[in-house]
Design a binder for this molecule. Sequence first.
Ligand SMILES: [Zn+2]
Length: 81
Amino acid sequence: MHTDHVQRSYSFVCLDCGHGWEDTYDIDVTMDEHARITAVYRLDGRRVPSPLQSPYCPACENHKIRIMRPGRVATARRHEK
Ligand SMILES: [Zn+2]
């Protein structure tokens, strides 16, 4: 069993209302003896669901979210119609 602690920032854009935001997650990545990988996400010390699997918009609670690397929110919004 082997655990890595990493920090990742993700940028999100809501496809419904256009709200954009960015969060930095503390992630414990554990690989078990069968090489299965489990990732536990924490935001401000609280355990949260994976933002990649169940993102939702804090502004309108829509679940259609586009996820990007950090720093791209402004660019993505410029391309929206
Ligand atoms: Zn929204």
